[in-house]
Design a protein around this ligand. Sequence first.
Ligand SMILES: NC(=O)c1ccc[n+]([C@@H]2O[C@H](COP(=O)([O-])OP(=O)(O)OC[C@H]3O[C@@H](n4cnc5c(N)ncnc54)[C@H](OP(=O)(O)O)[C@@H]3O)[C@@H](O)[C@H]2O)c1
Length: 304
Amino acid sequence: MEKRQLGRTGLYVTALGYGAMELRNLEERASVRLLNAVLDSGITYIDTSPDYCLSETYIGKAIVHRRDEFILATKCGCHVDGRGTPQDPDHIWSRERLLANAEQSLRLLQTDHIDVWQLHGTRPGWLAGGRHDEVIQTMQELKRQGKVRAIGISFRNGGPGDAMYPAGYSLEGLREFAEWGVFDVIQVVYGGLTRQNEIALAKAAELGIGMIARGVVKRYFPNYDELFEQAGLTDLCEVGESPNSFLIRFALAHPGISTMIVGTSNPDHLVENVAAASGGKLSDEVYAEAKRRLDAVGIVADAL
Ligand SMILES: NC(=O)c1ccc[n+]([C@@H]2O[C@H](COP(=O)([O-])OP(=O)(O)OC[C@H]3O[C@@H](n4cnc5c(N)ncnc54)[C@H](OP(=O)(O)O)[C@@H]3O)[C@@H](O)[C@H]2O)c1
């Protein structure tokens, strides 16, 4: 599978990563099997968070013996109990909270370092000190100590009642966070059916930020399959190719994306996603035509 540079971090990752939020739905034995299948497939990027129930615990137990085979991304600012259950408020942006998250994540993940450590869904206005805020200073301190290797932000996308859903708060915050110059990586919602971050993410990538896409195959609205059809994307699929596979190859064609994290709790879906990514990005002609057709039905990129 293709590997890409994760911005200026010095890390290389497979263009398809694995989103371990879906482990929330699995028992430990099924998680162990799935996580080992993820690594056996060649995927080298795994994204989790303290607030994905037992996801961090399962990763620690299942693949600690294969720690040198993957880049491990988790998050911080999360207000959780010892079983990864969110408390009220669900996030707290303080040095104390970040240090507690780091201590717990390192222990549960059974590792001495986190490769990618991301603020889980904050906004520029929520960090009173801006780029000098204590949470950023805390992240940089842990980076100097070698407990984390790269720092970033993973944007929240809210819910269906939210004006900025599903692209999320990145629409207002991505450019500002990118320009702060403190983050090595930024994770945003992006996919063929959810293109709002298309241009902003390309610009952030040009600044050397490792851009991580999620939401690539996610059906945020029930009409997504109809839209796929309406846009005439089915005609652009290869013989026998599923919409999910096409959407993975569409996202691969975006030059600014370092890796896309696709989650699944289903081993067959993992195989399908890996096969899609191994098939490589859409050709330039098909990619341009797909974007033209999506534009025509109103699924457009951001106008930044
Ligand atoms: N704010 C944040 O930081 C934030 C928020 C949300 C997610 N994330 C991260 O991003 C990762 C990805 O999350 P996402 O929201 O983009 O959604 P996703 O987990 O990538 O996709 C959503 C759904 O697609 C299904 N799916 C995957 N492959 C499929 C296939 N081949 N065929 C049919 N269905 C398939 C999965 O169901 P099955 O289990 O049935 O396959 C899953 O429920 C998460 O695991 C998490 O690590 C971060």
